[in-house]
Design a protein around this ligand. Structure first.
Ligand SMILES: NC(=O)C1=CN([C@@H]2O[C@H](COP(=O)(O)OP(=O)(O)OC[C@H]3O[C@@H](n4cnc5c(N)ncnc54)[C@H](OP(=O)(O)O)[C@@H]3O)[C@@H](O)[C@H]2O)C=CC1
Ligand SMILES: O=C(O)[C@@H]1CCC=N1
Length: 267
């Protein structure tokens, strides 16, 4: 089965590299890119063939579109004539609905909407997938197999996609933001940057593993760290007074609203 990835920037390359790591044959992969230097880079790195969008679609069974939401309309118009009824089109674009994609393609084409995230680069991705109106279970299974090469995959109703985008699609950025803040705090108080980075990153990895392996609620794990009258309680008190929890809610609502706005074509 030949898979074409249209637009191999950050997320397209994450999928491409995951498929290659998972043992997908490179001669069953095609990539498209606008800039020749980027195309050369991808060929050098993965040995993958880079072609134009129409050629990629014609030669592929599954077409994965990974351009920015703002570029989707133009790209779909460009390839619509090359799309066949037996194609599966998989979109990784934030906000863009399966209805929007179906309306730009020939009647009856199966479309799956996916929201991946960048930990896919290290096979720890979390992807949500939703079927369009012409999808059956076999289409969803093809999309699941593709995404499983980069981490976990879960089916969700499309109406949940904007929230999922705000939580797990954008989520790594929130985590990196907290990591940055913790490293800066260490440096501010005199730790060498390399030392602060090592301590914060390992704390993050260890905490994530603890959450996953124990299955405990985060509140229980936090209580385990928070000794009565101790250091953690002093820090958490400040975070609560700073309304950090309320800010997270407002920030994630803003991301959800932005995803909704992208679906209605707002740039
Ligand atoms: N980055 C992330 O964490 C996540 C991204 N996504 C989604 O993935 C999509 C891509 O995002 P991301 O990878 O970050 O963005 P990038 O800008 O890194 O990648 C998009 C790529 O598509 C190329 N491109 C644009 N138009 C065309 C075209 N007509 N033909 C061929 N190639 C084209 C761009 O080329 P050029 O450089 O010339 O513009 C660029 O290399 C978005 O829709 C985003 O919502 C989803 C989840 C997470
Ligand atoms: O910021 C964005 O719009 C994309 C979608 C989710 C993560 N990055």
């Amino acid at each position: 089965m030949t898979v074409a990835i249209l637009g191999a920037g950050v997320m397209g390359e994450a999928l491409l590299s995951g498929l290659v790591r998972a043992g997908k044959r490179v001669d069953e992969l095609l990539v498209t890119e606008r800039r020749p230097e980027r195309a050369r880079e991808l060929t050098d790195r993965y040995g993958v063939e880079v072609v134009d969008n129409a050629t990629a679609v014609k030669r592929a069974d599954t077409v994965v579109v990974v351009v920015k939401p703002q570029d989707m309309g133009v790209l779909l118009d460009e390839v619509a004539n090359s799309v066949r009824p037996d194609h599966l089109v998989v979109s990784l674009a934030a906000g863009i609905t399966t209805g929007f994609i179906e309306s730009r393609l020939p009647e009856g084409v199966a479309v799956v909407r996916v929201m991946p995230n960048t930990p896919a680069l290290v096979d720890e991705g979390m992807a949500a997938i939703s079927p369009g109106s012409h999808c059956d279970d076999s289409h969803l299974r093809v999309a699941e197999d593709l995404l499983r090469s980069t981490g976990k995959v879960q089916r969700v109703p499309e109406k949940q996609m904007d929230v999922v985008t705000a939580i797990s699609g954008s989520g790594p950025a929130y985590v990196f933001y907290v990591v940055e803040a913790m490293i800066e705090a260490g440096v501010h108080m005199g730790l060498p940057r390399a030392t602060a980075t090592e301590f914060v990153v390992q704390t993050l990895v260890g905490s994530a593993k603890l959450l996953r392996e124990t299955g405990e609620h985060p509140t229980v794990l936090r209580e385990g760290v928070t000794s009565p009258g101790g250091t953690t309680a002093a820090a958490i008190r400040l975070l609560e007074e700073g309304r950090v929890r309320a800010d997270f809610l407002a920030a994630i609502e803003a991301a959800r609203d932005r995803s909704r706005a992208l679906s209605s074509g707002q740039v």
